[in-house]
Design a protein around this ligand. Structure first.
Ligand SMILES: Cc1cc2nc3c(=O)[nH]c(=O)nc-3n(C[C@H](O)[C@H](O)[C@H](O)COP(=O)(O)OP(=O)(O)OC[C@H]3O[C@@H](n4cnc5c(N)ncnc54)[C@H](O)[C@@H]3O)c2cc1C
Length: 326
């Protein structure tokens, strides 16, 4: 069986930064297992072409603490930067390796991934993010409209859609509305009277489109239900009794903690969030979480910093275990 000192599960910004920090701290071998064909799948899939990757996200300015850092740039430049970290630090990144089981026996973890990968290590860091599980509304989505309802940020407009409702009040809802408004008439529904967690740049961009009449804001609106119209469109009923018809509805409500994955390993949860200490270590000694998994409002810079903190914790608490290995 293959052995490593640290297995990192997930090759997004947090996973790559963890491997970079660990290598810089002299820890070897470190293996990163990524389920998709390329690293940074969330960014590859959910960021549209040319998207501005903001260093300040969800209204939070996070000062860089570790090795990995970036300044506002495009999606393509950011992905290049991550490739450079992988190359410069000779990160052992294994793609097409979806981790499906992690078990602790005695003092070591066994990690199962892909078709036949099993790796043993004293330390495991989970960096799988939250975007594999987009937040969905509480009301039922009728099956007749399912092909016109999208969850999580999309990078393409539904073919033929002329009137679209975007639901959400964060940066990704604002970006989706701005991105789609060149293709269709956009309405943005948010349940609060004002935006309060959109970054300055996104707010500016949104206001520009609102002024130009390309995006219409439906502030203080809460959806009660969706249904199909005889013309095969989506009828949206709001809680104030108002009804509107759209060709498509895009929910941009963020992601949810992959609690089933974490519970199956034995990670203790509190209010559906994993319980971690100051070094992001879980109740299972040697099992750490990084990135979006540990923040209520995650961002790339926060993911980078959490990787720095986790490796600091690993060195402080497990130096002897690392030397001994499995
Ligand atoms: C549309 C959109 C726009 C955004 N824009 C910004 C922005 O401008 N600035 C900013 O700071 N933040 C932005 N964010 C948030 C940012 O993308 C996240 O905070 C960041 O990606 C978190 O990094 P992570 O490594 O924790 O998780 P992720 O980036 O989600 O990476 C998780 C990785 O783990 C892999 N994985 C999942 N399950 C498994 C498994 N079982 N086995 C192996 N691998 C697995 C995934 O394929 C993925 O590559 C945006 C998010 C979205 C959705």
């Amino acid at each position: 069986m293959e052995k490593a000192k640290i297995v990192v599960v997930g090759g997004g910004p947090a996973g790559i930064a963890t491997a970079v920090e660990a290598k810089a701290a002299g820890i070897e071998p470190v293996i990163v297992l990524e389920k998709e064909e390329r690293p940074c799948h969330t960014i590859q899939k959910y960021y549209h072409k040319g998207k501005r990757v903001d260093a300040v996200w969800q209204g939070q300015e996070v000062k860089p603490e570790g090795i990995c850092r970036f300044e506002t740039c495009t999606k393509e430049e950011f992905l290049e930067l991550m490739e450079k970290y992988i190359k410069d630090y000779k990160i052992d990144l294994r793609t097409n390796q979806e981790v499906y089981k992690i078990e602790k026996t005695n003092d070591c973890f066994r990690v199962w991934a892909g078709k036949d990968t099993v790796i043993e290590a004293p330390i495991v860091v989970i960096a799988i993010g939250i975007f594999g599980k987009p937040v969905k509304p509480r009301y039922r989505i009728p099956k007749e409209v399912k092909d016109k309802v999208f969850f999580g940020t999309q990078t393409q407009c539904m073919l033929g859609a002329q009137k679209i409702l975007v639901v959400g009040g964060g940066d990704s809802a604002a970006e989706t509305a701005c991105f789609l408004c060149d293709e269709a008439e956009i309405y943005l529904s948010y349940r609060r009277p004002q935006f309060f967690r959109i970054n300055e740049q996104n707010l500016k961009e949104l206001e520009k489109r609102v002024k130009a009449g390309k995006v219409k804001l439906l502030m203080n609106t809460d959806i009660e239900s969706l249904s199909a119209t005889p013309e095969n469109k989506v009828k949206v009923r709001f809680k104030d009794g108002q009804e509107m018809v759209f060709d498509a509805v895009y929910y941009c409500l963020g992601g949810a903690t992959p609690d089933n994955f974490l519970r199956a390993i034995g990670v203790e949860m509190e209010d559906n969030r994993p319980k971690v200490d100051e070094y992001f270590e879980t109740n299972i000694p040697g099992l750490f979480l990084v990135g979006d998994l540990v923040f209520e409002k995650g961002s790339i810079m926060a993911a980078f910093n959490s990787a720095h903190q986790v490796v600091k914790g690993i060195k402080e608490r497990y130096q002897e275990r690392l030397e001994r290995g499995c």
